[in-house]
Design a protein around this ligand. Structure first.
Ligand code: NAI
Length: 461
């Protein structure tokens, strides 16, 4: 039997980061991963390949529709989808082999196969060349999440499929129906819309991007509609089926829609398949997530869990943060995540980004706040870029001026939100942001102006 101080199950952003941090702190660390490539959903079939496709498709759309405003005139702009997909694969390969390198650098032992608990300190690894048993003093479960499905909608892995397949369609669908107007639906919908598909997004709720600030989601909705994305809000999907090479989506109170492909993007659920959690008595909550305390400890001593498999937003950087905090907790007794300062970003064009509380959350909690807003059309750099859609909204406590939430739609909103996350982490006031010098001309000046507007004294508007 192999023995280690710490065993991490799963090499996604939660697991691989926890393994590295624990190794930095002096533990003998091992990690079991069933896929050959390290990095989990995020690196293999999630964040990284989708951003590669978003980048490529955005360049294509810009070359086709956007460059002429800069006086750049092309002939016919062509699309070589095969090459675009090959580039995406290369980006993924570089990222996943980067984790291999990091494991070697930090002397982390890697096991290939599926881990299953035998007891609270032993797991068996199967499915690799040879079955192995591993004993560890501490174990972190970081098995992530898997695609959630809908009753009546069976994924056939081709015409009706998840984001994994939508990253690799071998031709541009003439008509793509997306079920779910969340992160995945809007990002992957944007990719294929830009590449020439008709895209219809069916959303059960009467709004897009649930969980994001409602006012900002409304603005995002208008922008995506203007780009040509069709939405049917308040649309309950009851089934989907394939006939020949056509797919049909059935809805309550509306006609079926015929299309070429269906992307199911109605959320993800924790992945605890065949882990043997019941063998050791690990408790799950009513949504199938592993229950943990504030220190990531499960109901079984010396077994911890981080990332998508526990409560909270299913975001790679949230999992990473938890991985670090959990490893530090195990070794030093200290480790903490400030969930108020974890940003969320939708990588559409323009991007939608947010950190802290929304207006609805503040109203529900009865917290009085002041609001500062600044549109990108008033920002010099945005005008030079030719990207005028969107705005920055800052919510600050009415009495203390402490920043409670920042919401941005606009060019590079995903990068701009970092400043807001740091401000919230440091307990900054809107005035702190407003009095910090921001280089001119930059998009970040829109954040500063919104901070000034909290006190009604924005300059450039
Ligand atoms: P999501 O939770 O973001 O959105 C799912 C959407 O589907 C919701 O708007 C929901 O109301 C809708 N829906 C649910 N049932 C429906 C039905 N029967 N008919 C029509 N609509 C229905 O989930 P999504 O987009 O699948 O993403 C999964 C996870 O992956 C999320 O937790 C997200 O945080 C994460 N992710 C993060 C990304 C990022 O950070 N940029 C990118 C992609 C995914």
């Amino acid at each position: 039997m192999k023995q280690h101080d710490l065993l991490v199950i799963g090499a996604g952003p939660g697991g691989y980061v926890a393994a590295i941090r624990a190794a930095q702190l002096g533990l003998d660390v091992a990690c079991v991963e069933k896929e050959k490539a390290l990095g989990g959903t995020c690196l293999r079939v999630g964040c990284i390949p989708s951003k590669a496709m978003l980048e490529s498709s955005e360049l294509y759309a810009e070359a086709r529709d956007g460059m002429s405003q800069h006086g750049l005139v092309f002939g016919d702009v062509g699309l070589d989808l095969k090459r675009m997909l090959a580039r995406k694969e290369k980006v993924v390969k570089t990222s996943t082999s980067g984790v291999d390198y990091l494991f070697k650098k930090n002397k982390i032992t890697r096991y290939l196969g599926h881990a299953r608990f035998l007891d609270a300190s032993r797991v068996e690894v199967t499915g690799s060349d040879e079955n192995t048993e591993i004993q560890a003093k501490q174990i972190i479960i970081a098995t992530g999440s898997k695609v959630a499905t809908l009753p009546g909608v069976e994924l056939d892995g081709d015409r009706i499929a998840s984001s994994t397949e939508a990253l690799s369609y071998d031709e541009v669908p003439a008509h793509l129906v997306v079920i779910g107007a969340g992160y995945i639906g809007l990002e992957m919908g944007s990719v294929w819309l830009r590449l020439g598909a008709q895209v219809t997004v069916l959303e059960y709720l009467d709004r897009i991007l649930p969980g994001m600030d409602a006012g900002m989601a409304k603005e995002a909705y208008k922008i995506f509609k203007k780009q040509g994305m069709d939405f049917e809000l308040g649309s309950k999907v009851t089934g989907a089926r394939v006939k020949g090479n056509r797919a049909f989506v059935d809805r309550e109170d509306a006609d079926s829609i015929e299309c070429d492909r269906v992307l199911v993007a109605v959320g993800r659920k924790p992945n605890t398949d065949n882990l043997g959690l019941d063998t050791i008595g690990i408790e799950l909550d009513d949504r199938g997530r592993i229950q943990v305390d504030d220190h990531f400890a499960t109901s079984v001593e010396n077994v911890y869990a981080v990332g998508d498999v526990i409560r909270g937003a299913m975001l790679a950087h949230k999992a990473e943060h938890e991985g670090v905090a959990c490893a530090e907790q195990i070794v030093t007794g200290y480790g903490h995540v400030n969930y108020d300062a974890i940003p969320g970003v939708v990588y559409t064009h323009p991007e939608v980004a947010s950190v802290g509380r929304t207006e609805e959350e503040l109203n529900d909690a009865g917290i009085e706040y002041r609001k500062g807003v600044y549109p990108f059309r008033a920002n010099g750099r945005a005008r030079a870029l030719g990207q005028l859609d969107g705005k920055v909204k800052i919510l600050a406590h009415a009495e203390t001026d402490r920043i409670l939430g920042v919401h941005i739609i606009g060019p590079r909103a995903g990068d701009l939100i970092a400043e807001a996350a740091v401000a919230i982490e440091f307990g900054a006031s809107a005035e702190d942001l407003a009095r910090s010098s921001h280089a001119h001309p930059t998009l970040a000046e829109a954040v500063k102006e919104a901070a000034l507007d909290v006190a009604g004294r924005a300059i450039n508007i």
